[in-house]
Design a protein around this ligand. Structure first.
Ligand code: ZN
Length: 346
């Protein structure tokens, strides 16, 4: 008799259906709960004759498994249907995701790095807060050089005028990175030092208390001014176009001898003369020169064996020439209308 009951329930269970989660829960209670029909049969199992227990037991387990499987499968069906019908509205409009873009100075800096990277320069980093030893002393600045003046440079600490390592400052150029690099490395090396630098300037359209530089240094046996000139010409042509001309004018820097300032042919008038180039046909873009032997010696490099060249440029200056940004302050005002102008550049 119990076998008939099991058989009936088995048919019933296999043909179960549900319209929603509540139906499923009702079925679970009816068949699988402690007070459900299958539990009741388990209770009756005690009274089954011993010789039939095995057969009935197998059937009973079969019924329990069938009920569990069926109800689980109904629940899964309801969950899937519910997710599609209720939780996701495919017709709803999406929230717009506002993507940022690279800052124009980053774009230009990366472009400069790319060009020199192709000529074998590797990046070298250094601290923005540095000491007099690396920013001035090792770079051959005279003791009374104006850059060492409080008026020109942001000193954080000047505890001992006789100990240059005790004078701490915001670096005024990334040449300090080169001084650090020379302490750790022997030639040949070819490095590029990009970074932010600080000077005590009144903020105006043409000057700021901070700006960005990329400096380069190449030291090896037999490096000459010719190498410097060719590398800079290649840079100018890659950056401003294949027909760009360069000219070098004698100049003075403490860390190079001889030193030069480099102009490129005006990329607006093509050298004919316009308001932008003040009718000269040329615009200045960087300073350069052969590394002063004193700088090499201060870096632990034998200046009788090795020579080198160095150059440095302002990233803002190059960006101005490329994108005609007339006011330096625009670069740090976080004006989205200005920054959006460069979205398509990269
Ligand atoms: Zn011009």
């Amino acid at each position: 008799m119990i076998l008939d009951k099991i058989e009936t329930l088995l048919k019933e269970v296999n043909s179960l259906s549900a319209k929603n989660m509540e139906d499923v829960e009702q079925l679970r209670r009816k068949y699988l709960s402690k007070k459900g029909e299958i539990s009741a049969l388990m209770g009756d199992f005690r009274n089954v004759a011993t010789d039939q227990k095995r057969a009935v037991g197998i059937k009973l387990n079969e019924l329990k498994k069938a009920a569990t499987d069926k109800i689980t499968s109904l629940r899964n069906q309801m969950e899937e249907a519910g997710a599609t019908n209720d939780d996701i509205d495919l017709t709803r409009s999406a929230y717009p995701i506002r993507l940022g873009s690279r800052h124009p100075l980053t774009v230009v800096k990366n472009e400069i790095i790319d060009i020199f990277d192709r000529m074998g320069f590797v990046l070298a980093d250094g601290p923005e807060i540095d000491d007099d030893l690396h920013v001035f002393t090792k770079l051959n600045f005279a003791a009374d050089h104006p850059a060492r003046d409080m008026q020109d440079t942001f000193f954080i600490e000047q505890s001992d005028p006789n100990d240059v390592t005790k004078n701490v400052l915001l670096r005024s150029h990334t040449s300090g990175d080169q001084a650090h690099y020379m302490e750790e490395h022997q030639p040949p090396f070819r490095i590029l030092c990009p970074g932010r630098v600080y000077r005590n300037e009144a903020i105006s359209a043409r000057a700021h208390c901070f700006f960005h530089q990329v400096e380069g240094l190449y030291v090896d046996k037999g490096v000459s001014f010719t190498d410097l000139k060719q590398v800079l010409l290649t840079f100018a042509r890659e950056m401003f176009g294949a027909d760009t001309k360069i000219r070098l004018r004698p100049s003075y820097f403490p860390f190079t001898e001889p030193s030069a300032e480099m102009d490129i042919s005006c990329n607006i008038c093509g050298g004919k003369g316009c308001a932008f180039c003040k009718h000269t046909g040329w615009v200045e873009i960087l300073g350069c020169g052969m590394v002063d032997p004193n700088v090499l010696e201060a870096g632990g490099i034998d200046s009788k064996v090795y020579t080198g060249y160095a150059f440095g440029m302002g990233v803002e200056r190059i960006a101005n020439l490329k994108y005609r940004v007339s006011d330096l302050r625009m670069f740090s005002e976080n004006d989205l209308n200005f920054l959006k102008e460069f979205e398509s550049v990269y």
